[in-house]
Design a protein around this ligand. Structure first.
Ligand code: BGC
Ligand code: NOJ
Length: 811
């Protein structure tokens, strides 16, 4: 069952009922100022950091789903309603939400009044704009009242939820004309405040939540809206809000438009005050002055659309498969941008207060994003590398505001260092910019010990070389990619964090997954060393890679698939020898992607085992059989009920690894079958089972052992976005950036047909036609570049050209 439809021309998903199975959200903002917005106008706003600079409040663990947002109430006679349905939930005569690229639109109609909202964050300004257009669709005059509503968060979203003894006494606001200023804590250590304004003369305002709502009412029945009158209260402590009242008369057929602006303003320390106690509003006024008219709004909206159209045009496919076209051209790239911005911090499943930017997460996000805005990718790589320790290990997370490593979680996730190589290699393959390798980058933000980025990569690599266990495989530390495989943790008491409890390293537990990564990214690092002219380093690295490959072949192979790990007793994990958790997905994907087992047929065997043991109609599960009891020696993975999350869920992130691995052995049919199973557009029809947004990937879909097999959770912020885009664009469609230039080597289903790709690469636009007359799955027989046949798969890079036309014929 569907709850809407794709409008590909407008790059929108159109939701036709407010009662979606779960809130279906969108993200506004591109760089510093962000909002989450649901299909019923729920969500919240923050500047740069969802924990430390939260502007509006959201309620977690809410009893009615999706409580708190930026609402507009309309009072029309005795009826009060909202264009996005929440929070009054007054039944609407018609409802539509269009989530687009960086904006959302809502249209609600009730009793002949239409309210249309368009909301977005303009490029370059820390402000969310909402245009509200009210239209009288009836034949009689309408006299209605429009009320805006936001509830301020007292900035630190964590403290805001906990520290009532202080917080209920500190709220402060100012109101001047149509602008409400939220200035809690500005009197002391903050140099920033928020504003909420409208471009019209108002008929009243409210800044106290209790006055607006009545202390015992919910947001669905605010006293002041029912009464039709705000009381112009200046809040002092308690719960500051911002609400404007506009009394609107509409003749039949008449429309009136208002532009609301919710902004963030920072002042210099020595320029905070206009006079004692009164904030300096100059910058706020300048910001608001830019968006005073509908024309200002429309122009900024056009700019946003142009920005996105330009970004998305960097990779564009035309094929006969509408799902692939839609996901590749629009939604998958868009989700990559969002994961890049948010890492795993702020979603409807991540509160924004717990986790900052993940080291491994952000490195992987780069893979899907680097072709869109390489400059920001470059900056991100430096930020991430700056949190690395001198021995090559890394803080697992860092805060986006301070860019400092998060010592609560610390280090010890032994896959982390290698992801830095993965991200840097992707950046250089995309841009050719080797200057980044010469940048001086600090360790743990200490510039006095800075080295080149290349040296950081070396230390990443050597961290693994220097931390091997009894089978010459990499020590796992606290965990590898699978945060829940905690082989050194041994936690017996509730409340202990599986990620931080126990030693950060044990001398025995090893990871075959990291071994696979070491081979794959070790080779990429060797290629960078070669590129930089350091052939001695290249040779050293390749020798280490060979040793690791041998270790995998010897002790990482279980007969029909790759072993997952060795635990702290040196017992196998993910082996036939185990009673539960006999086969895991990760080493099958990673080892084959690294090329291990391709020549001797083990790769094929491993992938056949994946199909036989782990496949379901909703995707490939992470392991089987699911753990039915808690294993002290394995950690969090066995804490989840069977079928959920890392315990035998369909962890979407590593489905593309399997799909890529299949392309490595030339099986395009199977690669695509795996791609399709979790592809949002392909499964739109089962939205009532899948439940999360049909336009983005979720982290997890419940596996076959779960009660709700097929139900997804944790939509939006997942490495699935980047890895799926990498899979479809670089491996299935086969347009892969190498150090020398773009390589063309598709691996598609036999029936996929011909297709055309436009790809902007290092400033050159490539128009690539792929022809597959004989319906093969892999293999390019001829590659013609601007009319000339070239040998091999790589289009030689020529930066002097603007456009290059390529024809590849598969054999
Ligand atoms: C989740 C993992 C996550 C980890 C760290 C676990 O509870 O299952 O997916 O990576 O927490 O936040
Ligand atoms: C989510 C985390 O963000 C990611 O870093 C991790 O690899 C997966 N969970 C698997 O545990």
């Amino acid at each position: 069952m569907k709850y809407g439809f794709f409008d590909d021309n407008n790059k929108e998903y159109v939701i036709t009922t407010p009662k979606t199975p779960l809130p279906w959200i969108n993200y506004l903002g591109c760089t510093d100022f962000f909002s989450l917005i649901s299909n019923t106008c729920g969500g919240y706003t923050f500047y740069k950091d969802a924990k430390l600079l939260r502007m509006t409040r959201y309620r977690y663990n809410d009893t009615t789903l999706d409580t708190n947002g930026k609402y507009f109430y309309i009072k029309d006679g005795d009826t009060i309603w909202n264009p996005g349905w929440q929070p009054t939930k007054t039944p609407l005569d018609s409802y539509e939400c269009r989530h687009g690229i960086g904006y959302s639109k809502f249209t609600g109609v009730k009793n002949d009044v239409e309210a249309a909202l368009v909301t977005f964050v303009p490029i370059g300004d820390p402000v969310e704009l909402t245009k509200v257009t009210l239209t009288n669709k009836g034949t009689a005059k309408k006299d209605i009242q429009l009320f805006s509503y936001v509830e301020w968060c007292l900035w630190n979203a964590d403290d805001d939820m906990k520290n009532y003894q202080r917080n209920l006494s500190i709220g402060e606001v100012e109101v001047v004309d149509s602008t409400i200023y939220h200035k809690t804590e500005y009197r002391e250590r903050r140099n920033h405040y928020a504003v909420y304004s409208v471009n019209a003369k108002i008929d009243g305002f409210e800044t106290s939540r209790d006055e607006f709502r009545g202390a015992y009412n919910g947001p669905d029945k605010p006293d002041a809206v029912i009464e039709g009158k705000l009381h112009n209260t200046i809040a002092s402590g308690w719960y500051p809000i911002a609400s404007h009242q506009l009394n609107v008369s509409l003749a039949p057929g008449e429309s009136k438009t208002f532009v609301f602006a919710l902004g963030y303003v920072e002042n210099a320390e020595d320029d905070k005050w206009e006079k004692p106690g009164i904030i300096n509003k100059k910058k706020a006024n300048e910001l608001l002055a830019k968006y005073q008219t509908e024309a200002d709004f429309d122009e900024a909206f056009e700019k946003l659309n142009a920005y996105w159209n330009d970004l998305l045009s960097k990779f564009h496919i035309e094929s006969k498969d509408e799902h692939v076209n839609r996901m590749v051209n629009i939604w998958n790239q868009y989700q990559c941008m969002v994961t890049f911005n948010m890492s795993r911090s702020a979603s409807y499943y991540e509160t924004g207060i717990g986790r900052g930017m993940g080291f491994r997460d952000s490195c992987q996000d780069l893979l899907g994003f680097v072709h869109l805005i390489p400059d920001r990718a470059r900056e991100r790589i430096i930020d991430i590398a700056s949190t690395q320790f001198q021995d090559g290990s890394a803080y697992h997370q860092y805060q986006p505001l301070t860019k400092k490593g998060n010592s609560d979680i610390g280090s010890g996730f032994n896959d982390d260092p290698l992801w830095l190589i993965a991200g840097t290699s992707a950046y250089i393959r995309e841009t050719g910019d080797t200057s980044i390798l010469k940048e001086m980058v600090p360790y743990d933000n200490d510039m006095s010990v800075a080295t080149t980025l290349m040296e950081h990569l070396k230390r990443s690599f050597d961290y693994i070389v220097n931390h091997k266990g009894p089978h010459d495989l990499p020590l796992i530390g606290r965990a590898d990619w699978n945060d829940c495989l905690n082989l050194n943790c041994f936690s017996e008491h509730p409340g202990e964090s599986f990620q931080c409890f126990g030693p950060s390293e044990g001398p025995v537990a090893e990871s075959v997954f990291i071994a696979g990564m070491f081979v794959k990214y070790g080779r990429e690092y060797a290629a960078l060393a070669k590129l930089m002219g350091d052939t001695a380093e290249e040779a050293r690295v390749l020798a280490e890679v060979e040793k690791m490959t041998a270790a995998i072949e010897k002790d990482g192979w279980d007969g029909d698939w790759f072993v997952r790990a060795y635990d702290a007793y040196s017992h196998k994990v993910g082996s036939k020898e185990c009673d539960e958790g006999q086969i895991y997905i990760e080493p099958q994907g990673m080892c084959v992607m690294a090329g291990v087992g391709i020549e001797d047929g083990n790769a094929k065997k491993a992938l056949d085992s994946v199909k036989e043991k782990l496949d379901t109609k909703y995707g490939v599960m992470i392991l089987q059989p699911a753990y039915t009891r808690y294993h002290l020696e394995l950690g969090e993975i066995t804490s989840y009920p069977p079928g959920y999350k890392e315990n035998a869920g369909i962890f979407c992130h590593n489905n593309p690894w399997i799909s890529i691995a299949e392309t490595c052995i030339g099986r395009g049919d199977r690669a695509f079958e795996v791609y399709k199973k979790t592809c949002p557009s392909y499964i739109e029809d089962i939205s009532e089972i899948h439940r999360t947004e049909p336009y983005v990937y979720s982290q997890m879909v419940a596996g076959a052992d779960a009660k709700f097999h097929g139900e997804a959770k944790n939509s939006w912020l997942t490495g699935t976005a980047a890895w799926t885009f990498t899979n479809i664009s670089q491996y299935i469609l086969g347009i892969y950036p190498t150090l020398e230039g773009l390589s063309v080597n598709p691996c598609t289903p036999a029936e996929f047909g011909d297709f055309n790709v436009t790809r902007v690469y290092r400033g050159v636009t490539y128009n690539i036609q792929i022809k597959n007359p004989n319906k093969v799955q892999k293999g390019v027989a001829s590659l013609t570049v601007d009319g000339k046949e070239v040998v091999g798969n790589i289009i030689p890079f020529d930066g002097s050209k603007k456009t290059v036309n390529v024809v590849a014929e598969m054999k």
